[in-house]
Design a protein around this ligand. Structure first.
Ligand SMILES: C[S@@+](CC[C@H](N)C(=O)[O-])C[C@H]1O[C@@H](n2cnc3c(N)ncnc32)[C@H](O)[C@@H]1O
Length: 225
């Protein structure tokens, strides 16, 4: 659970370097993860899609490309990040807090959130708000970091996450502390079965998880009953 003011300020500070830094730190695999989510979304043939915590729009843009007939809205509470999304070609953006969305209930066919839920002040409240705006039978996709299962994989990942990543990101953005914060949020964020339980406790069912690259990230999908 995170402090919203800290989160907003941290992303405002790195907004113009966020996309490039991500691709360097993940060796480009984050692009493939978002592509996979966009394919899952397009398989639902949605009329409308809400991408929450859209940031500079990477996931929403991929969905827009894969679902050319759908109305795709990217929403975020950080204006400088949304400005980047607009600049990069995201057609519809809404400045809003994901915990208090300005949309009526049962409106969206699909809600996605990529690397965003982890940064929110209250995960259950955010998931309940996603449940509210989804139509009955609607589809939720959460993409976020997780910890790999094996002992060695987890140790290596933690070394990269806490020792290498903040240094590299600090050199690119000049904001090393924002990336020290990243490691902390990943450690405290539920993953695997715990995340499925959290999603289901907010009303969803049929939760599935799809671990990516040995479990360093996971896609969770669920349906609104
Ligand atoms: C790591 S970025 C993810 C951006 C993008 N989804 C991606 O895939 O790269 C996290 C984003 O979550 C947004 N965020 C965090 N808490 C939020 C909230 N309560 N409401 C809306 N956006 C929020 C931040 O402003 C930031 O842009």
């Amino acid at each position: 659970m995170q402090d919203p003011k800290y989160v907003k300020d941290a992303f405002s500070d790195i907004a113009d370097k966020y996309v490039f830094t991500n691709h360097v730190l993940s060796f480009g695999v984050d692009i493939l993860w978002r592509r996979k989510v966009a394919k899952m979304v397009s398989s639902q043939k949605p009329i409308n899609v809400l991408d929450l915590a859209t940031g500079s729009g990477d996931l929403a843009l991929e969905i827009q490309k894969n679902c050319p007939k759908a109305e795709v809205i990217g929403s975020d509470f950080c204006e400088p990040m949304l400005r980047q999304a607009n600049k990069r070609g995201l057609e519809r953006t809404v400045l809003a807090d994901a915990l208090h969305l300005p949309f009526s209930e049962n409106y969206f066919d699909v809600v996605t959130v990529g690397f965003g839920l982890r940064n929110m002040a209250d995960w259950s409240e955010a998931l309940s708000e996603m449940f509210r705006v989804l139509s009955s039978g609607g589809y939720l996709i959460v993409l976020d970091f997780s910890l790999p299962k094996g002992f060695i994989g987890r140790r290596l990942y933690r070394f990269y996450l806490h020792k290498i990543l903040p240094v590299v990101a600090g050199l690119i953005t000049g904001k090393r502390s924002a990336y020290q914060y990243l490691g902390g949020t990943i450690e405290s964020f539920p993953s695997g079965k715990d995340m499925c339980s959290l999603i289901e406790s907010c009303g969803f069912n049929c939760t599935k998880m799809h671990p990516l690259n040995g479990g360093i990230a996971t896609i969770y999908s669920a349906k609104k009953k």
